[in-house]
Design a protein around this ligand. Structure first.
Ligand code: 6PG
Length: 238
């Protein structure tokens, strides 16, 4: 695991875009895939990513998690990713189905079938994640049933604290990925980040990354690491 700190959210986004390009360019297979994070932090990274020189025709993009809303809903992670990145590049975008007549669990099952066609071994090349101030990641929230899923790749997860359903990659799906990159910025994340990285295991969903099989990199800004006292922090910008 590496914690790579940048002075501010802008330099974080710029560095994240560069690292993502380097990662997918280094993959010597015909196609590569990226699970895109939702929320607000990744937007700047996606907008920078779309300006980079990438052979997007060999890239499959999917969603690490999605809200259970229509594709054009303002809260949709897929809509954010489309507006910031996918609508601007010739990558193949795999979004979960949505219909008011569809059950979230069925939509997750259909999506998992899509992902199984995309990566038969279940090993994603790169999964992008964010972290909430409660230590959730993707749509794996504290105390939710989805945290206990040990077999499925992608599920519907009821989130009582938000009074909603979400669709999310599961713990094993994330832990199998070749690389996981967590994009986290801001003072509001500092306290939970210190507990996640330096406190006891098993208290926050995102601590699943302690047991990840692949490379884990935390792409953060100085505000987010301001409470760390026992973690080695790489500072590429010096
Ligand atoms: C979502 C995300 C979620 C997000 C965190 C951090 O659907 O909201 O997948 O896990 O990454 O909540 O969100 P911010 O980047 O907006 O702080």
């Amino acid at each position: 695991m590496r914690v790579i700190a940048h002075p501010d959210p802008t330099s974080l986004a710029e560095a994240a875009a560069t690292t993502i390009v380097d990662l997918i360019t280094s993959i010597d297979r015909p196609r590569a895939n990226i699970g895109l994070a939702g929320g607000s932090t990744p937007k700047d990274t996606y907008e920078r990513l779309r300006q980079r020189e990438v052979d997007w025709s060999r890239i499959d993009l999917w969603l690490s998690d999605e809200r259970w809303v229509a594709h054009d809903h303002p809260d949709s992670n897929g809509r954010m990713a489309a507006e910031a990145l996918v609508d601007h590049v010739p990558a193949t975008f795999h979004r979960p189905r949505w219909s008011e007549y569809l059950d979230a669990g069925d939509a997750a099952a259909y999506y998992e079938a899509d992902l199984r066609r995309l990566m038969p071994d279940g090993i994603a090349d790169l999964v992008l994640l964010g972290m909430g101030t409660d230590g959730h990641t993707a749509s794996l929230f504290p105390g939710t049933d989805g945290l206990g899923e040990e077999t499925r790749w992608f599920i519907a997860n009821e989130v009582p604290q938000l009074d909603t359903w979400r669709l999310t990659a599961t713990v094993p799906m994330i832990q199998r990925a070749r690389t996981v990159m967590v994009l986290t910025a801001g003072e509001s994340k500092a306290e939970v980040l210190a507990e996640v990285l330096e406190g006891p295991d098993g208290r926050y969903p995102i601590q699943l990354l302690r047991h990840a099989k692949g490379d884990v990199m935390w792409m953060v800004d100085e505000a987010a690491v301001s409470r760390l006292t026992a973690t080695v922090i790489d500072r590429p910008s010096g």
